[in-house]
Write a protein that binds this ligand. Structure first.
Ligand code: TXA
Ligand code: MG
Length: 299
């Protein structure tokens, strides 16, 4: 733990477990440290990072919250929700990609929260993958992706959620969904009422077309494997999958398995990876978002 905090204090990178996916972390206030993240990931500099803080009080030190933001924070923190709000102070321009807004979240993972409490300031942590690759959800996968760039690392086990946080913008008094995640659209609407449809231009700048992608081509809504393909199943009734995202058809289990199984399949260098259909209600919206992006279908 002290090595983790020391790495952040000296402007170095840290492999940080969270409940969603592993992050590659740095001191958000230190632009030189933040620059190391963009280099390690090969991430375009127009794509801003999420600042992680200990609690909602610390969040309001870096962001300006309105009533909706406070209610969302109250309902879902600590947990897999990121709020995009006007920047107040303390997060470097580079971390925000020059925007007036900042993305902030209070993670639910005990080890992450202990690091944040001990460090005392905002910590940026994008997923610890190289840009465009599936996010790591195990310590080994995180180390394989960007471990070489980190001065310290914390093993927090397998990530319980498995897909990145839900990103919600509260800018301009409107609440809109920028990235679906494990906090579902319906759960957010239950707290703040109907969401404003986010226009393409207001999407998260980082939502590049091909993202979360394995090397092998991905085929969606498959019910059998074609020649040379590895089939990932979901629920009963899919023809002989190599692995199943969830044999019982539980979206929580499927989200937790998604990136690990894509990586596992990719390691065998198959002609393709075929994935069974996952219903898009609830958490399925986030799973299908990641699958469509991994297949290169959405902008
Ligand atoms: O679950 C997660 O959120 C993980 C863990 C490590 O916390 N982190 C993560 O970070 O997924 P990253 O950098 O891979 O994704 C950040 C997303 C991007 O889509 C980015 O464009 C968006 O948040 N974002 C960040 N700041 C923003 C801003 N000011 N306005 C709009 N979108 C923003
Ligand atoms: Mg990412």
């Amino acid at each position: 733990m002290s090595a983790a905090v020391a790495a952040l204090r000296s402007g170095d990178l840290l492999i940080l477990p969270t409940e969603t996916v592993y992050g590659l972390a740095a001191d958000a206030a230190n632009a030189q440290a933040v620059a190391k993240i963009f280099e390690a990931k090969g991430r375009p500099r127009f794509n801003p990072l999420i600042s992680h803080v200990e609690d909602a009080v610390a969040a309001e030190r870096i962001a300006v919250f309105d009533d909706a933001a406070r209610r969302l924070a109250e309902a879902f923190w600590p947990g897999p929700l990121t709020l995009v709000a006007p920047h107040r102070a303390g997060v470097s321009d580079l971390a925000r990609a020059g925007l007036d807004s900042v993305a902030v979240r209070v993670p639910g993972h005990a080890r992450a929260r202990a690091v944040l409490a001990a460090f005392g300031g905002p910590v940026v942590a994008p997923s610890a993958n190289r840009s465009g690759r599936p996010s790591p959800t195990t310590f080994a996968d995180a180390m394989e992706e960007t471990g070489a760039f980190a001065a310290a690392s914390l093993d927090g086990g397998s990530c319980a959620v498995g897909v990145e946080s839900t990103v919600v913008s509260v800018l301009g008094g409107k609440v809109s969904l920028l990235r679906p995640g494990s906090v579902t659209r319906a759960e957010i609407e239950a707290v703040v009422g109907p969401l404003t449809e986010s226009l393409e231009g207001h999407r998260s700048p980082g939502r590049l077309t091909r993202h979360y992608a394995p090397r092998a081509p991905l085929r969606l809504n498959a019910d059998t494997a074609r020649d040379g393909e590895i089939l990932l199943g979901f629920g009963p009734g899919v023809g002989e999958p190599r692995w199943s995202l969830s044999p019982a058809g539980d979206p929580r289990e499927a989200a937790a398995n998604l990136f690990r199984m894509l990586r596992q399949a990719d390691r065998e260098e198959p002609a393709g990876i075929a994935v069974a259909a996952v219903p898009s209600e609830g958490l399925g919206e986030a799973i299908n978002d990641r699958l469509r992006r991994a297949a290169g279908f959405v902008g």
